[in-house]
Design a protein around this ligand. Structure first.
Ligand code: NAD
Length: 359
């Protein structure tokens, strides 16, 4: 029996998580996986109920589970509250408490969705990549200071990694590549940055442990260019926190559909936090208009990475693909000029379940 903690959060979070849970139960049933669910609060709803965006009790529940499925946090109601009560503080806290050091963001262009990209169809068709970003070190966590010297204001941040931080994310990326196209591209700036040279050395040292994976290295600036010129050459990419922040957003936008982007944050021992990339979309919350596919695809990642059930993940992805191929769309993924009647959040969940029933 595997325990899953649900943290639906705010805005459209509860709506998309509800559909994702239906899909998770059905996929588990198909593949004979026993699941038990717990639920708690995070974000603004937790602030309202308890005065804090994440309670110790919720953290303890999470630590006792195999995985956490999160909806989204935030909304205008909590924009003006003090920092320690901001919904996002709950998000940062749970990532820290669970020791999640790797962020995995796939960018997949479904054949029936190529027109959604800002890039030409022939450039994006067939894109299927995974960006693995280091999440707890580097520039965002190094020593930083703003000060004045000789009447001049100065400021610095430091990017620092040790070899253990690099090898644990490196191994995770090699494993991920092994389960995909067996091509791993390490993205760096070793021609300028000392710390990138250590990344390059450690990645090369790990490579013999994964003889079935082809490791390449790419400068981050040329990676950014290739992403818009020839994105389909990439399979799995791994990089430091700063580079990953920027490159994962660039890769995601190639797909052109925020409502369909899943993510996973993983730590030691397999526990993971799975959530859509999008926010709480207060403009459409409570109207049954949200696209639940990003959260449903996050459930596929949950099966793959925290429940060791890649076959359940594949079943979900195939079902989503068939729903899109059949032409069903929530409002956010209908393109200008397309004459399609949008389906709602619940109806999109129904459509995915219908496809799962065909298994
Ligand atoms: P957003 O992602 O919530 O919304 C951006 C736009 O995309 C909106 O027009 C929204 O309607 C649309 N959209 C987003 N997800 C959708 C979906 N699943 N289906 C259909 N349409 C969708 O970003 P925002 O408007 O900048 O932020 C709103 C709130 O969410 C803020 O409080 C912000 O802090 C928070 N936020 C939370 C997270 C998170 O929980 N991880 C991430 C980003 C933003």
């Amino acid at each position: 029996m595997k325990k899953i903690l649900l943290l639906p959060g705010d805005g459209i979070g509860p709506e998309v998580v509800a559909q994702a849970v239906r899909v998770m139960k059905k996929a588990a049933e198909i593949h004979g996986i026993e699941l038990a669910f717990e639920e708690d609060l995070i974000g603004g709803c937790s602030v309202d109920a308890t005065g804090t965006p994440l309670t110790d009790a919720a953290v303890e529940k999470a630590k006792g589970c195999a995985a956490v499925l999160l909806g989204a946090v935030g909304g205008p109601k909590w924009d003006a509250v003090p920092r320690e009560q901001r919904p996002e503080t709950g998000l940062l806290a749970i990532r820290k408490e669970l020791g999640l050091f790797a962020n995995l963001r796939p960018a997949t262009v479904y054949p029936s969705m190529v027109e959604a990209s800002a890039l030409r169809p022939e450039i994006v068709s067939g894109v299927d990549m995974l960006v693995v970003r280091e999440l707890t070190g580097g520039l965002y966590f190094g020593a930083a200071k703003t000060y004045e010297e000789d009447g001049i204001r100065k400021s610095y941040n430091t990017m620092s990694y040790d070899e253990n931080e690099i090898s644990r994310i490196g191994r995770m990326a090699f494993e991920a590549a092994r389960g995909r196209g067996k091509e791993l591209c390490h993205v760096h700036k070793a021609n300028v940055l000392e710390v990138s040279q250590l990344w390059l050395d450690v990645m090369n040292e790990l490579a013999p442990e994964y003889p079935d994976v082809n490791l390449t290295h790419q400068l981050v600036d040329s990676c950014a260019m290739i992403l818009v010129k020839e994105p389909k050459i990439f399979d799995t990419l791994v990089m430091s926190n700063l580079f990953g922040d920027i490159i994962s957003d660039e890769a995601a936008m190639i797909t052109g559909s925020l409502g369909m982007l899943p993510s996973a944050s993983l730590g030691e021992g397999g526990i993971g936090l799975f959530e859509p990339v999008h926010g709480s979309a207060p403009d459409i919350a409570g109207q049954d208009k949200a696209n639940p596919l990003a959260t449903i695809l996050s459930v596929a990642m949950l099966f793959e990475h925290s429940l060791n059930a890649p076959e359940a993940a594949a079943t979900i992805r195939e079902a989503v693909s068939r729903v899109l191929d059949a032409g069903h769309r929530t409002g956010d993924i209908i393109l200008p000029g397309q004459d399609i009647t949008p389906v709602g959040c619940t109806a999109m969940g129904d459509l995915v379940l219908e496809q799962l029933d065909k298994n």
